[in-house]
Design a protein around this ligand. Sequence first.
Ligand code: GAP
Length: 440
Amino acid sequence: MSTSSSTTLETIASLCKRRGFVYQSADIYGSLNGVYDYGHLGVIMKDNIKKAWKRSINQIEGAILFFDGALLGPQAVWEASGHVQHFHDPLVDCMHCKKRYRADDVDLHKPCPHCGITKWTDVRQFNMMFKTHAGALADHGSTAYLRPETAQSIFANFKNIVSSNRVKLPFGVAQIGKAFRNEITPKQFLFRMREFEQMELEWFCEDKAADHFFEQWIALRQSFYTAIGITPVHIRLHPHSPTELAHYSKQCTDIEYQFPFGFRELEGIADRGIFDLSQHTQHSGKDLSMFNDIANTTVMPHIIECSVGVDRLFIAILFEAYTQDTLGGEERIVLRLHPSIAPIKAAFLPLTKKISEPMLRIYTNIKKELAPYDYHVEFDDSGSIGKRYRRHDEIGTPFCFTYDFESEQDEQVTVRDRDTLKQERIAFENIQSYIHNKIR
Ligand code: GAP
């Protein structure tokens, strides 16, 4: 049986394309590097990941508010946040073959990995924000940027959020949305993209409680990953050394996942201190401190941030779930996805086309009943039953219900478990509760 550590990126990317999870964007035009489109199953699975994240952040005492900020932001926001000055990656070119690298990805004492010649340019700093102009006039005043992180829109709108929601410290503001980074070398499929999605939680608290919440959030975020099916040993913590800290960060711990190319950051938990709100107060001239009625004074809230990339988590989950084994002498690919993450919760399969109709009726009823829970189910009567099982194993469907020639008499179907392959008979009337209990 092969599992995550021996699975390659190519295997996952090929499964994603074959089964309609993820495609290279604008494929027919040669595509754009680091930009991807999600297909039917990918959209549903990504949505399940987001729902699981939303549920998980609400486990803490204190209000969680939701926010959906604009993708474009004026220059002033990014001046205040420090991104115009600091959001750089070191860039180096090979003067011989013109290949471009992030300077920390290559050893400049050694030859270019592409052409084998040692002829490097000096290392330059490259700002990773996508710059554009809002409106017809491309002057300094119209400069805008696509956001490189979702967080800043929460900080820039903090005054409105606080005054319209009657919240008291501590509380959180959560946002799921696109971020854009002009990565020098986008790579490893969904791992490093130029357009991606983040799930960010900004937790506002008093200074004196910051260390306590920093530790609490690290523990809560770790437990989220095990709850959605990641093996605990595939996760580790990486506390940042002072030289690794981002310009806004006082302390930071990454949650890393063991990808086949090594342990890499999945989520960053950062203590941003009062950096962001102080910067926006200073640059906008609007006071972003809050009144604390217990202390009867105003305080500048301290921020603990939990930030994870949806796409990076998506691919980590696929690595975790991908398994190859042999069944009756035949090779089988199985995505052992947690039922809450699996895009299709159950498949309804008549044994042959001749008995499609009664199964279609059962499927149509269950589909309607499960729609309010946003559980997707599928009906499939094409091809051999073996082939249909294989397809559903490969897209991670946890349960397949089969209607056979006895079903009409005993009013039961056979349910097959994707992981154990155990089969049992259950009554038509119990199908819905079976799915519910298993997913919970
Ligand atoms: N607001 C803080 C922030 O943006 P970050 O460590 O730069 O911090 C947070 O990014 C998360 O976003 C990362 O842990 C990663 O999961 C995801 N991420 C960052 N850059 C990415 C990229 N180019 N492609 C895909 N995901 C990315």
